[in-house]
Design a protein around this ligand. Structure first.
Ligand SMILES: Cc1ncc(COP(=O)(O)O)c(C=O)c1O
Length: 382
């Protein structure tokens, strides 16, 4: 293999740093996927996943990235001409809209300002004005903006209608509070590489009764991502229909064990603390946070660049001189904001180190940013 620098600290909003305890499991020999051992491993992984989702609903682990389960959620529930409301206050909300469009659904966009949250009252109005909505899609934590949507309140609206409620928790599950059953989420999707701190490549989907009813009446449009095929194989033989990634399943199992060992409440508190420290640090440097105060994510923080700072130079300096990667903006926010991920296994010293490097990099580029580390330390020591 070509030599690469694999020692950089990932403070991007996924993939995140993977603990060596998790990485080491992938060195285990491959076992057959149609064996009782693998069935037991998958069963155990699904049981833990359900605890993290806080659901009794059917749950499947899919070999594919987060987008695969977004696609699965839409292709199994929407036919050509079916009405869907896509909440699109960021790049990943847009992705649900694009997927719905690929399957030729009749899409209605509800587009709150990027960086702000969706309003449940507005969603109720849309559902009342437009009869026969089959599904509502929303992203819990908009990784592209650093803002989050009030998925519990939105779920309380959708449950009063026939529409099913489809939620992307790809960059929140395991880091921020999600309770699939309490929030009335009919289909919930997540990925391995963010707050769960497993390597990229696996995803998970939960399917409730109301959603199964819709699936049973929807034409099958995907072969690989056919929910009925996953259900049939699991119910009959505790298997997946096609060959899953055995190594990634080892890793996901170990990562979920670590999530549950820490405890969901403790994990939410840690993410919240790191978010508050990061926000305080960046604001003390004189930066303006991109997400509105009422909508701020606990897993990723976005900030606007000060006048005259070049995105490529800034992130290049952070990566090359300080060995820390942060992310840039996406879509129309490219070059305008940067994003710091503090999710998964993120620790206090990593946030402090990142803020220190940001101060130094800004200084080198001519912007005097001081006091960020001190402000973060204050939050962390309270
Ligand atoms: C909220 C959200 N949804 C969907 C995705 C897409 O996931 P993937 O890149 O694993 O396909 C991402 C990835 O960053 C995300 O953050």
């Amino acid at each position: 293999m070509k030599q690469m620098d694999t020692e950089k600290l990932l403070m991007i909003p996924g993939p995140t740093m993977v603990p060596s305890r998790v990485l080491n499991t992938m060195a285990l020999p491959i076992i057959g996927h149609r064996t009782s051992d693998f069935g037991d491993l998958t069963g155990d992984t699904v049981d833990m996943m359900k605890k993290v989702f806080q659901t009794e609903n059917d749950t499947y682990i899919i070999t594919g990235s987060g987008t695969a389960v977004m696609d699965m959620a839409i292709s199994n529930t929407l036919d050509k001409g079916d009405k869907v409301i896509n909440i699109t206050n960021g790049n990943f909300g847009e992705r649900f809209y694009k997927i719905s469009s690929v399957y030729k659904a009749d899409t209605i966009k509800y587009e709150p300002e990027w960086g702000d949250l969706a309003d449940p009252k507005k969603l109720r109005e849309l559902l009342e004005e437009n009869e026969g909505i089959k599904a509502v899609t929303v992203v819990h934590n908009e990784t592209s903006t650093g803002a989050k949507n009030p998925i519990e309140d939105l779920g309380n609206v959708v449950k009063d209608f026939d529409a099913i409620y489809i939620v992307d928790t790809i960059s929140s599950l395991g880091g921020d509070y999600v309770n699939v059953d309490k929030f009335n989420i009919d289909i919930c999707v997540t990925g391995s590489q963010k707050c769960i701190a497993a390597p990229p490549g696996l995803a998970a989907i939960t399917v409730g009764e109301k959603a199964w009813d819709v699936v049973s009446k929807t034409e099958t449009k995907s072969f690989y991502l056919d929910l009925n095929a996953y259900k049939k194989s699991w119910d009959a033989k505790k298997e997946t229909p096609y060959t899953p990634s055995v190594s990634l399943t080892y890793a996901m199992n170990e990562a979920l064990e670590m999530v549950l060992e820490e405890g969901l409440e403790n994990r939410f508190k840690r993410h919240d603390l790191l978010a508050r420290a990061t926000r305080a640090g960046l604001e003390a440097m004189g930066l303006e946070l991109f997400a509105k105060e009422r909508a701020r994510s606990v897993t990723v923080t976005s900030a606007k660049y000060p006048e005259g700072i070049d995105d490529k130079k800034f992130r290049g300096l952070l990566a090359e001189k300080y060995n820390i990667r942060v992310a840039g903006g996406q879509s129309h926010l490219a070059g305008k904001i940067f994003r710091v991920g503090h999710m998964g296994s993120a620790k206090e010293y990593q946030v402090l180190g990142t803020l220190a490097a940001i101060e130094l990099a800004f200084k080198e580029l001519g912007y005097n940013a001081e006091g960020g580390v001190a402000a973060a330390k204050k939050v962390l020591s309270n």
